[in-house]
Design a protein around this ligand. Sequence first.
Ligand code: LMR
Length: 397
Amino acid sequence: MWKNIMAAPEDSILGLTEAFRKESNPRKVNLGVGVYKDDNGNTPILHCVKAAEEILLQKEKTKSYLPISGDPSYAAGVQRLLFGTADEVIQSGRAATVHTPGGTGALRVGADLLKKFKPDAQVWISSPSWANHKGIFDSAGFCLREYPYYKSDTKKIEFEKMLACLEAIPERDIVLLHACCHNPSGVDLTPEQWRKVALISEKKGWTPFLDFAYQGLGLGLVEDRFAVELFALTGMDYFVASSFSKNFGLYNERTGALTIVSPNARESTVALSHLKATVRVCYSNPPAHGGLVVATILNDPALYAQWLGELNGMRERIVGMRSALVDGLAQRGVKGDFSYIKEQRGMFSFSGISETIVTWLREKKGIYVVAGGRINLAGLSTKNIDYVCDSIAEALA
Ligand code: LMR
């Protein structure tokens, strides 16, 4: 069967981790995949997660199937995290949430569902965007288009161009937006800019699909959901894909959620029925553990407070590493203004370094960066920052 078939290329992000595992350089540093590491280079299990797991170990009585949409306490917890002050959405029953295997699962379920009801739509993604966005919507059968977003040479959003493009998008189309911590650029819209985008979406009627994989890692749990709350005020249909890989550190538990907000409760019931039908033919029903951990934490005030503390700690360590990188490069006399790295949010910085340098860093220094120059700041630590700064300085000399 495979005789005349070429091998598929390695995944541009996860494939890099596989290569990194085989890397023999003892000083190797993985700045590729978006996984948080502490200052010792470990990806720890959060204390609140361990505590929730102990509770579950005592309490759990069965491993029978979950409902297709997942545990109801999980969906309720996710909605509280998403809507905050816009809880009218919850009270009026306008939101339908299903537990999905990770944020990727949420995007794919959303894509499959949209393909059924908007078969002729095009999906618009930001330029640049997370590499897998293209793959997911492409696999669901959509034609992909790009809207202008981040300009590497100015390190800024091309907002006027972005708006002009969004203005021209027809009603039948879908626009994928990064709710916070834009991946890969780390540059987010301001609240004022979000308002303009929401106004256009209301006027033009295209469907917003918010990818929300980094809540709490930008400015904070509440600040980061600004766009999610804002679209709720429009009363329009929109989709939100949540991931709890990063903010709960539940990477391998594949814990995400897809929420569809509709104009009213009746339509929301219809949306939920189709969400369930889509899930059923894809993976039937979700794996329980990660969702139950998240639900346990979100529904227990002490664990919730502990989680907030741990989440804030992760965010602050990343912010510290942003400064350490900028200062380290300046101390080494590296030409150029790198202060933009401090302004960016979330795990990433789109450094704009060339492919030649990306390859040089990998081959000569064992420093792994995603093609295009995306750096995961959470992979930096006080132990490796000097080595990384020395290496970048040498590369750019
Ligand atoms: C990333 O962008 O590195 C993460 O979202 C992990 C992934 O699945 O690509």
